[in-house]
Write a new protein. Structure first.
Length: 245
């Protein structure tokens, strides 16, 4: 069954929303997307942009089967924005929510950009700020993704991924700090996008991962958003080598 779905991702510096409309029983869908700078601006433009996108798709909020959001890890403020808006809309129209791992969405964006349909493994990464990265490993079996290493937050020098290639938004900032064994690993710059969330959603919905609106929660794998002065001094002592083998 093809669903009408709405997806929101505000976990990075890019605001991404998308609406999928299922047209009849022929398995076809139509997609409308909107992308803009995120960060502090996301909460201001998100609702008007959603309303405009739904109007373009010819849908009312009550027409969607579920509301999908990028659950994290990512920006604390951005994740809370996406979750709260998804939750509020879901309450209003009595539909479930589906939180999708943001690193999984990175892996899906990279797969889509490369046009891959065969099996592969990938190490997904996102800039965690505070001199760290979020990372997780996934295996794509030709139809769906499977997590092979859990989400974690680490210094770039300590990357220990097992993917055939790397995907994410960390290369410009941390690329030269990754361990030497990754310096020649293929890389794909990618972000979690609302369109990626919608491509992942059908399998997750079929697997029973949707939740009542009241249970919507972001995924935090770091408990703090800033260091004390003493912690910043301690972190200034980097690993003894720029690269780790």
């Amino acid at each position: 069954m093809i669903h009408n779905l709405l997806a929101i991702d505000t976990g990075t510096e890019t605001l991404s929303i998308a609406v999928q409309r299922g047209d009849g029983g022929d398995g076809q869908t139509c997609l409308w997307q909107y992308t803009a700078p995120g960060g502090a601006h996301a909460s201001v433009v998100l609702i008007p942009a959603l309303q405009d996108l739904m109007s373009q798709a010819g849908l009312q909020f009550c027409d969607v089967s579920a509301i999908v959001f990028g659950a994290g890890p990512g920006s604390f403020t951005g994740l809370r924005t996406a979750c709260s808006v998804a939750q509020g809309l879901a309450f209003a129209v009595n539909v479930p929510v589906l939180g999708v791992d943001s690193l999984l969405a990175v892996a899906e964006t990279a797969r889509w950009q490369r046009g891959l349909t065969e099996a592969f493994s990938v190490t997904a990464m996102l800039d965690a700020r505070m001199d760290e990265i979020y990372t997780a490993d996934y295996f794509f079996d030709g139809k769906s993704f499977h997590s092979t290493r859990h989400q974690r937050v680490i210094l770039p020098e300590y990357l220990d991924g097992e993917g055939d290639w790397l995907a994410g938004n960390v290369f410009a900032t941390y690329g030269d700090r990754l361990p030497l064994r990754f310096q020649h690993t293929p890389r794909e710059t990618a972000l979690p996008t609302a369109a990626a969330l919608l491509r992942l959603a059908p399998a997750l919905l079929a697997g029973g991962h949707a939740l009542p609106a009241a249970q919507a929660l972001p995924t935090y794998i770091r408990d703090k958003v800033a260091y004390t002065t003493q912690e910043r001094i301690a972190k200034a002592v980097k690993p003894s080598s720029r690269h780790i083998q």
